[in-house]
Design a protein around this ligand. Structure first.
Ligand code: SF4
Length: 338
């Protein structure tokens, strides 16, 4: 088995909260991402899901070093070479690795410069990294435009002349022209109509097979994740609470929060009632509850949940879950005390 392309261990991103007054002391921390750990195999698609504010986008940005993590390691192994820790690498050493990891953004309108032609937008990463010029640059732009379903003659047009789906194809072309190994797609189809979503997802699948891409797919739409991902990591209050193969997650969810999320997924059956039956709001990452951060909202909460923070542990079926229900010792005590 080939080693993981990406090994994330104990990743954290904490933002300080400053008090008022002349001397601005740090009075607290917003734990936007905390102790996130997972591996990503070459060619795999991992979905990162959760409600707004769960930390999924911040985690993805830390992995690409768009944000500098405050804790943990991000071991990246491009081209089966030696692993490098993106979390601590100085910016100068990071630059040659940038082409190997790219991002596709949610909003194709705001992520494309309206003053640049499509040709300039798509060619820009190659120009910045001085990887091609002249006829070779033109050929590579034309080639990638064809591969994403656009025409080489679209090069001279501006982004406003395209539909939402076509603009997202331009964003994909810009990311893939660098021949990356790792692509982070941050809500890449959320802003598109359902029919266009399907086309773009099919395109991403085809491109994954052709270029052997590895995707970290940040999304809140579980139905999309179900059809697109190999494994899923569910985040709550900055931490991964369940990490599972996609089929297992949707058929045998192990964490109460995952079960609640799935209960809110629309189902094509009028007799199936859809409801997100979890009281309260997502935990405030600056004032996380002690113990399990989900315990004030959890219908299965028992004594240790209020004081002990659950770690990600084996929960069966290839799933890891951060829940005391899957800890044999805690579960036995729960049964014993009724
Ligand atoms: Fe619920 Fe306790 Fe599991 Fe947290 S640890 S999800 S509170 S049962």
């Amino acid at each position: 088995m080939s080693p993981p392309l990406l090994s994330v261990r104990g990743l954290g991103k904490h933002f300080p909260i400053y008090g008022r007054g002349f001397v601005r002391k740090v009075t607290g921390l917003v734990r936007a991402v905390d102790e996130v750990t997972f591996d990503l195999a070459p060619g795999e698609t991992l979905g990162l899901v959760g409600e707004s504010g769960s930390g999924k986008t911040t985690a993805a940005r830390c992995i690409l070093r768009a944000l500098t993590p405050t804790a943990g390691t991000v071991l990246f192994r491009p081209d089966d070479g030696p692993a490098v820790d993106l979390a601590t690498l100085p910016e100068r050493a990071l630059k040659p690795l940038r082409p190997r990891m790219q991002m596709i953004f949610q909003d194709p309108i705001s992520s494309l410069n309206p003053r640049m032609t499509v040709g300039q937008i798509v060619a820009e990463p190659l120009v910045i990294h001085r990887l091609a010029r002249g006829a070779e640059l033109d050929d590579r732009v034309a080639d990638i435009l064809r591969k994403v379903g656009l025409k080489p003659e679209h090069r001279s047009r501006y982004p406003h002349a395209f539909s939402g789906g076509q603009r997202q194809r331009i964003g994909i072309a810009r990311a893939l022209i660098m021949r990356p190994s790792l692509v982070v797609a941050d809500e890449a189809v959320s802003a598109l109509d359902v029919s266009v979503q399907a086309q773009v997802l099919n395109l991403l699948k085809d491109l994954q097979a052709e270029f052997r891409l590895t995707y970290l797919f940040v999304a809140h739409n579980l139905d999309v994740v179900r059809h697109f991902c190999d494994r899923v990591a569910v985040m709550y209050a900055g931490r991964i609470v369940e990490l599972a193969p996609v089929h297992e997650l949707f058929t045998q969810p192990k964490h109460p929060y995952t079960r609640a999320l799935l209960s809110a997924v629309p189902w094509p059956d009028p007799d199936v009632k859809m409801r997100f039956d979890v009281p309260g709001e997502v935990a405030d990452p600056s004032r996380l509850p002690p113990g399990c951060a989900f315990h004030p909202r959890c219908g299965e909460c028992f004594a240790p949940c209020r004081t002990l923070r659950p770690e990600l542990i084996e929960a069966g079926g290839g799933t890891r879950a951060a829940c005391h229900l899957h800890d044999p010792v805690q579960a036995a005590q729960r049964r014993a005390t009724g």
